[in-house]
Design a protein around this ligand. Structure first.
Ligand code: SF4
Length: 334
């Protein structure tokens, strides 16, 4: 298959005055061209840190990639200069944040903000081409061209998020990172914005990593799903694997309220007993063992290897014999 992004053994730390926070711990992940990957996990699992690492936007002097590679097409982003990354951001990889006001300048009309983004990356476009492109991208996100003269405060929450999506997609990036893009919106607007994003993504052939807590969003919008816990992917598979396979990681079962079921009305992740481990002092072995009702002695000492079956991966000692530990028959996104 056609890989767009491949992350190998990524480790990301935050250094504070007294401690080191181990936010991402040996993460492996890939996204192929045109697909939407859902990245799911509790707050603090490291999902946003993964997105910030891909864009090289970790907080300066605090966040560090201590190991691993992030391949975007054939370029290793971990080795890319800041000058080159400024070109990549927006043009090749864009991000939509949860709160639209993080991305919008309150003092500039929205049309000008989209035009500025285009000017930055598409230096050969004429003024007329840029103006036409602004009108077109506003139309694509369901806004009239008259809205380009509005300031962000004149727009509703749903409209602001549409403008943010227009900004992110104006340069037709190859990869869109969407971090809880509709959480701040009410439910009916959420559905409209997500369906619009899905259509746009298909039209522009953009790949997407959709970071979300919402299982309804995952079921309706993603081709594959990766479940994160304590900075690692602990289960991964096609949407069908995650919602219908017989076997799951104990954390996934807890997260989905025992049995993942696409027809279930429950949309939010169910709370699981216990807390996420302290990221400055992760437990040895499987990071989930203090909360796991299936834990065995081996779990406290040895970190499990990923176990594979066709398109489905589970990182848990329970599946050593049922699944293939060496991953010979694992097919990503078959
Ligand atoms: Fe539970 Fe052990 Fe599997 Fe970890 S490896 S999820 S502790 S059974």
């Amino acid at each position: 298959y056609d890989k767009l992004l491949e992350i190998n053994n990524l480790h990301v730390n935050y250094k504070t005055a007294d401690d080191v926070v181990y936010a991402v711990n040996g993460l492996n992940l890939s996204v192929r061209k045109g697909e939407t990957l859902g990245l799911v996990g509790e707050t603090g699992s490291g999902k946003t840190t993964v997105a910030l690492s891909i864009l090289k936007l970790l907080p300066e002097k605090i966040g560090f990639i201590s190991n691993g590679r992030i391949w975007f097409e054939s370029v290793d982003i971990t080795k890319t200069s800041e000058k080159e990354m400024r070109r990549v951001r927006g043009e090749q990889i864009s991000m939509i944040f949860q709160d639209p006001m993080t991305s919008l300048n309150p003092t500039i009309r929205v049309g000008e903000q989209i035009a500025e983004n285009l000017l930055l990356h598409k230096k050969d476009m004429t003024k007329k081409q840029i103006s036409d492109r602004v009108d077109e991208i506003l139309r694509l996100v369901g806004l009239t061209k008259e809205k380009k003269n509005d300031f962000p405060h004149q727009l509703s929450g749903g409209m602001k998020q549409r403008v943010v999506i227009a900004l992110a997609l104006a340069c037709e990036p190859k990869l869109l990172l969407a971090d809880e893009p509709t959480t701040a919106l009410d439910v009916t607007i959420q559905a409209q914005v997500l369906s619009m994003m899905h259509k746009l993504k298909e039209k522009l052939d953009t790949s997407m990593i959709l970071i979300t807590h919402d299982l309804g969003v995952v079921a309706n919008n993603c081709d594959r799903v990766a479940i994160m816990y304590a900075g690692q992917i602990i289960e991964e598979g096609n949407i069908r694997d995650i919602f219908t396979a017989k076997h799951h990681h104990p954390y996934t079962l807890g997260l989905f309220g025992s049995i993942p079921d696409m027809s279930k009305k429950t949309r939010r992740l169910a709370p699981i007993d216990g807390m996420m481990p302290d990221p400055t002092n992760l437990p040895d072995g499987c990071h989930f063992w203090p909360r796991c009702t299936d834990r065995m002695d081996v779990c406290k000492m040895c970190e499990p290897n990923p176990c594979y079956k066709d398109t489905h991966m589970i990182k848990c000692h329970l599946y050593k014999d049922l699944y293939n530990e060496r991953g010979k028959d694992y097919i990503v996104g078959k």
